[in-house]
Every structure is written in structure tokens, then in C-alpha cells.
Design a protein around this ligand. Structure first.
Ligand SMILES: NC(=O)c1ccc[n+]([C@@H]2O[C@H](COP(=O)([O-])OP(=O)(O)OC[C@H]3O[C@@H](n4cnc5c(N)ncnc54)[C@H](OP(=O)(O)O)[C@@H]3O)[C@@H](O)[C@H]2O)c1
Length: 327
């Protein structure tokens, strides 16, 4: 089969599309998927650059999410059928013609979604569910701030938070991204290139006490985030695009009884990911089926053009998801 392999960490020269690779075989609890489309995620870029520590047994093939057809079942798989179309979280190996993953990490392709749209669901929705709902404990009528609202993660977080009944604030780079976030249901979008989000949200005429912040920026955002949080507020970090080291005034934490946490999806156990898949199937998949949550595909590239897809996400002008098509 053909697949995208990292030969050398760094720029795109060290990553290649290779032919003649063996098709993987499913383990007892796994399925083999013939990939129709694969999602491109920011962690893929970090992995390629050598900036993201992947599990020791990780596949050298890139890619964390796919959609496609189940073509082989592991001996203990009972809940999946041959020929079924699924979207799946994969442990690596998604930028390929075939990939194996645990059968429980496969979800049905939602009604009315194309296979490309379905390919862009899992990595972001698993992450949003874990960090916004489980760790962040977002509740109805709370105020939620998400940085990077036009990202794949942001697109789903805005819509799911609105479904949960929260007021949603978000930050973006420019007007086009702002329009996109409003179209997803955001209540207030701040263009950080024009205004400082901390100043805007602290403005006494329009003051927001923020209950939960989902942050992928870190660095200088940290102290501003802490200052904006209300009593019992929660800060959940899923990345640190502007730096991992921050300064914390413990008195502020104590006075407001703030909780700071974060997580990373890839190294979590198979069992844990299975429980998240079950919760998503129960709660979020009906919202996708009924079009209450939508997927915006920014662009689709062929597998052969994966380098263009990486350059596009690195340029940072996309809205929502970027997909590789193998059809
Ligand atoms: N912890 C986990 O388990 C996990 C899992 C998946 C993804 N992630 C992280 O979640 C983030 C989003 O992932 P994605 O795949 O959805 O990526 P994406 O679509 O490329 O989005 C990245 C976002 O970051 C914003 N951004 C980039 N540089 C920035 C900067 N210097 N300051 C402020 N904002 C900046 C961009 O928005 P603007 O252009 O508006 O600035 C963009 O919307 C990534 O950082 C990724 O590593 C974490």
C-alpha cells in the first residue's frame, strides 16, 4: 500500500509518500479500514517537526483520524461488520490506504455527512469532549472562552458549547475567521490582531466573568486567562503555541479557587478512548445526524499532495478542517 512516512523530523523534505508497504493486519480487537479520507491535524505538524513526543510504539505512518470501509475484522470483533463505513480515531497510520484501529474507536458515518466530513470528526471531537466536558465540566448558562475558535478544535467546541447552553466567547486572528465563528454560533468574537482579549473582556461596560477557558496558546495568555476566570473557574490547556513555561501567582489561584488542568489524547489507553467513543456516540453523534453540529471543510487534498495540505495548515489561514482524500 501507499502511506506517508516520516523519515527525518523537520521540514517537509524528510516526509515522503512511500509505495509497496505491507497492509497491516488487525489484532484480536481491531478492524482493518480501507481509508477513503484522512483528517489533517496540527499535532501532525508537530510530530513531523519532532516537537511532539509520540508513544514509543507509534506507527511511523502519519495520521490520527480517518473515514473508510471496514474490510477485515479481528477474531474477537463482534460489533462491526465487513463493508460498514466508519469514521475512526487511529493510533497513527491514518495517511495510508489501509489502517488498523481498535473496533471500539470506530463510530458510524453520521447521516448526511460526506466521507471527507466524517474523516475530520474524531481527533477534534474526542479532544473537545475530554477537555471541555469531562475536565472542564462546562455547564448550562456558564461563560466559556475558547482561544483559536476557527481551528478544527474551535469549530466543534463553539458548536457543542452552544448545544450545552453556554455563552461562547472566542479569539481569532482576522475578520474572515471572526465571521466564521459567528456563523457557528459564537456570542462574541475578539480579533486579537486588533484588540487585546483581556482588555475587551475586562471592559466594565461589557464585563465577562469566564467560567471555563479552553486554551491552545499558553505563554503570555496564561496570566490573562487566570485574571479573567471567575470564582471556581477552570483553565484547560490542550497546547502551548506561544510557549509552555508560564508564571503563576498562587494567591490568585487560592482566592478564586481556580482549577488548572490539561491533557493530551494520543497516549491515553485504548480503554479510555473507548469510553470517550461511547459517550460521543450517545451524545454528539445524534447532534451530527440532526445537523445541529456541522463540519466545515476548508479544503481537500489528494494523498499525493499531503505536503500542500501541511503547508496550508502551517500558513494558518484555514477555517475548520483540512482533509486528505484517497478516493
Ligand atoms: N491536547 C490534545 O489532546 C490535542 C489534540 C488535538 C489538537 N490539539 C491542539 O489543539 C490545537 C488546535 O488543533 P487543530 O488541529 O484544530 O489545529 P488548527 O486548525 O491548525 O488550529 C490552530 C489554531 O491556533 C491558532 N493559533 C496559531 N498560532 C497562534 C498564536 N501564535 N497565537 C494565537 N493563536 C494561534 C490559529 O488561529 P488564528 O489563526 O486565529 O490565530 C488556529 O485556529 C493545536 O494547537 C493542537 O496541537 C491538542
Amino acid at each position: 500500500m501507499k502511506a506517508v512516512i516520516i523519515n527525518k523530523f523537520g521540514d517537509l523534505k524528510g516526509t515522503v509518500l512511500k509505495s509497496g508497504l505491507d497492509i497491516p493486519r488487525p489484532g484480536r480487537h481491531e478492524v482493518l479500514i480501507k481509508v477513503k479520507a484522512a483528517g489533517v491535524n496540527r499535532p501532525d505538524i508537530l510530530q513531523r517537526q519532532g516537537l511532539y513526543k509520540v508513544p514509543n510504539d507509534a506507527s511511523p505512518i502519519m495520521g490520527l483520524e480517518v473515514a473508510g470501509e471496514v474490510v477485515e475484522l479481528g477474531v474477537d470483533v463482534t460489533k462491526k461488520r465487513l463493508g460498514e463505513f466508519v469514521c475512526a480515531l487511529v493510533p497513527g497510520g491514518g495517511y495510508a490506504e489501509y489502517v488498523v484501529t481498535n473496533a471500539n474507536h470506530c463510530l458510524p458515518v453520521p447521516k448526511c455527512l460526506s466521507i471527507e466530513e466524517a474523516a475530520g470528526l474524531c481527533e477534534c471531537l474526542f479532544t473537545v469532549w475530554i477537555n471541555m466536558v469531562q475536565l472542564g465540566q462546562l455547564r448550562k448558562n456558564e461563560t466559556f472562552l475558547i482561544h483559536g475558535g476557527s481551528s478544527g478544535i474551535g469549530m466543534f467546541a463553539i458548536q457543542l458549547a452552544k448545544q450545552l447552553g453556554a455563552t461562547v466567547l472566542t479569539t481569532v486572528k482576522n475578520q474572515e475567521k471572526s465571521d466564521f465563528c459567528y456563523s457557528l454560533g459564537a456570542d462574541k468574537v475578539i480579533q486579537y490582531s486588533v484588540e487585546d482579549f483581556h482588555n475587551v473582556l475586562k471592559n466594565k461596560n461589557e464585563k465577562y466573568a469566564v467560567d471555563l477557558i479552553l486554551d491552545m496558546v499558553g505563554g503570555e495568555y496564561f496570566e490573562k486567562n487566570i485574571d479573567l476566570l471567575s470564582d471556581e473557574g477552570r483553565l484547560v490547556n490542550i497546547a502551548f503555541l506561544k510557549g509552555a513555561s508560564v508564571k503563576l501567582d498562587l494567591s490568585r489561584l487560592m482566592m478564586k479557587r481556580i482549577k488548572i488542568t490539561g491533557s493530551t489524547l494520543r497516549p491515553r489507553t485504548v480503554e479510555y478512548k473507548s469510553t470517550i467513543a461511547d459517550e460521543l456516540r450517545e451524545t454528539v453523534w445524534p447532534l451530527l445526524d440532526s445537523k445541529k453540529i456541522r463540519v466545515h471543510i476548508d479544503s481537500v487534498f489528494s494523498l499525493e499532495k499531503f505536503k500542500d495540505a501541511h503547508t496550508h495548515i502551517e500558513n494558518g489561514n484555514h477555517l475548520g478542517k483540512i482533509i486528505l482524500s484517497l478516493d
